[in-house]
Design a protein around this ligand. Structure first.
Ligand code: ADP
Length: 511
């Protein structure tokens, strides 16, 4: 009994131990199973993620391929556009531009059909380029388009339409007009506004129209616009320059004719003055001679009143002889018949001579005489008696038109081998409008002094001609009530210069 109890206890203990070991083992296994289950779930998640990523990669790849295709197409189109732009912008001839566009439609523009329509002088669209249309087909299309005021208005407002973007109804209209399923139509605009239309299209949908096509065709349209505008501007400029040129030629001819006429008239005038002056001089000399004989009392005593009148006859005859001599000199210089006697001369001594000669008149009016001359004056080759005449005339006038206590200044300075001479007074001055006419023969300013003092109006024209005969120029500056300056130049010449000029003149006269 005792044995069986012990056995039972042992059995229970062993059983308990076995059970505990079993329980422990089961527990450990189930923990392991849980771990595996967790790892499996994780694996499943990763697998799913991988699957998603793989799908994404495939999709991205597809999109990339599409984008690549699109950008290749874009690049090709841009290249074509660049080529066409260069082609059409290197000519300024309108018909050549259309000819080149026509070629471009066959070789560079990747559309089955295309047209370029341009407004003519009557504001009607005309077909300038057509590609993929028969003549009848193109005429029909043009007719239909011009009838569709709505579409024309939209194009004139600068709208571009493409089958990819345009509203359904408009798309159908354009399809019908151009008989083309897929298209882009863009207006050609310039600074003056709408001048035409570019249309491109495909009948089949091999390569669908994209936004890029629309953009490209509108750039092409604006390129065409710009090139046509340049060509037309050039044409305009060319035409007006041609017109200007022919006008200039015509005017030059008229001027030449007028010049010849003036030269003829001037020659006739010089001949006339010369003839009349000669005719007048002979009887004048006789009158002067007879007056002198009578005054000398060679024909008997004469009463004082008669003597006085004879004196007046003598003075007036002298004045007339002076006038006739001036006239003869002017006509001689004008006709190139005057013979200058050039010789070496010093301008400062010549000016001093003139001063001596006119000192009495200056003293009468208490006029101050001043000179401003270069310290060392070069020897000059001049006809000293003629240049002295010029100075006498200018200084004489300065005395005449300067009130008492005025100043007369003569200056002479060498600049670039040209003597620059000025005779300045502090006299009454000359109004602007008279200055221009003072070198005309017989012109005198209407002023108080001239009303009282006699004069011929021949002194200044003669002085100017004498200066010009020496290769110089003469001009006047003056301020009314302040004074006047007569400027003239005398080139410093050598004896050789004078001889050479004389030879050249003689040669020219012989011709
Ligand atoms: P004349 O002295 O015989 O009238 P000129 O040809 O010498 O002829 O001069 C023409 C005119 O020019 C003069 O009448 C005068 O009105 C004007 N003139 C000339 N020199 C002067 C001067 N220094 N100041 C003002 N007026 C002048």
């Amino acid at each position: 009994m005792e044995f069986s109890l012990i056995s039972l206890i042992i059995f229970v203990i062993v059983g308990f131990l076995v059970l505990s070991i079993l329980l422990y083992l089961i527990n450990a296994k189930s923990r392991r199973i849980n771990q595996y289950a967790l790892a499996l779930a994780k694996l499943k998640r990763s697998f799913n993620e991988l699957d998603e990523q793989a799908k994404l990669i495939v999709q991205t790849d597809l999109e990339l391929n599409k984008a690549q295709e699109e950008s290749d197409k874009r690049l090709n189109s841009l290249e074509a556009l660049h080529k066409i732009s260069r082609l059409i912008s290197t000519t300024l001839d309108e018909s050549e531009i259309f000819h080149r566009l026509d070629q471009a439609f066959s070789t560079d523009i990747d559309f089955e059909r295309g047209v370029v329509l341009i407004l003519d002088d009557k504001k009607q669209l005309q077909i300038q380029v057509k590609h993929g249309y028969s003549q009848d087909g193109a005429n029909f299309m043009l007719n239909q388009l011009q009838k569709d005021n709505n579409l024309m208005q939209a194009l004139m407002e600068g709208n571009t339409f493409s089958s990819a973007n345009c509203p359904l109804q408009r798309r159908e209209t354009i399809k019908q007009i151009f008989n083309t399923g897929h298209f882009v139509i863009a207006p050609i605009l310039t600074q003056v506004g709408f001048i035409g239309v570019v249309f491109v299209g495909n009948q089949s949908n091999v390569s669908p129209i994209t936004d890029g096509d629309e953009e490209l065709i509108s750039i092409l349209a604006s390129q065409i616009g710009q090139t046509l505008e340049n060509a037309r501007l050039f044409e305009e400029v060319y035409k007006s320059s041609q017109a200007l040129e022919s006008k200039v030629t015509e005017r030059t001819k008229q001027l030449q004719d007028a010049l010849v006429e003036v030269q003829n008239i001037s020659k006739t005038k010089s001949d006339f003055i010369s003839a009349v002056s000669h005719e007048l001089r002979t009887p004048l000399t006789s009158i002067k001679g007879y007056a002198a004989i009578l005054m000398d009392g060679k024909l008997g005593d004469i009463p004082p009143q008669v003597k006085e009148r004879l004196g007046k006859i003598n003075t007036h005859s002298d004045n007339l002889v002076g006038l006739i001599n001036d006239l003869l000199d002017i006509s001689r210089i004008e006709s190139g018949r005057v013979e200058m006697s050039f010789g070496r001369c010093r301008l400062d001594s010549l000016i001093e001579n003139v001063h001596d000669l006119l000192t009495p008149q200056m003293r009468d009016k208490n006029i101050d005489w001043q000179t401003d001359l270069d310290a060392s004056m070069p020897d000059m080759f001049l006809d000293s008696s003629q240049i002295e005449r010029v100075f006498i005339n200018l200084v004489g006038n300065a005395i005449k038109f300067t009130p008492i206590k005025g100043t007369i200044t003569v200056s002479a300075h060498l600049k670039d081998n040209v003597m620059q001479v000025q005779v300045t007074d502090t006299g009454i001055g000359i109004p602007e409008e008279d200055i221009r006419r003072l070198f005309d023969e017989f012109y005198r300013v209407e002023n108080e002094i001239n009303q009282n003092v006699k004069g011929t109006g021949l002194g200044l024209p003669l002085a100017k001609k004498l200066v010009e005969a020496h290769g110089g120029e003469m001009w006047i500056t003056s301020v009314v009530k302040e004074g006047t300056t007569f400027h003239f130049t005398l080139p410093v010449k050598t004896e050789e210069d004078i001889l050479r000029e004389r030879e050249e003149r003689e040669k020219a006269q012989k011709k």
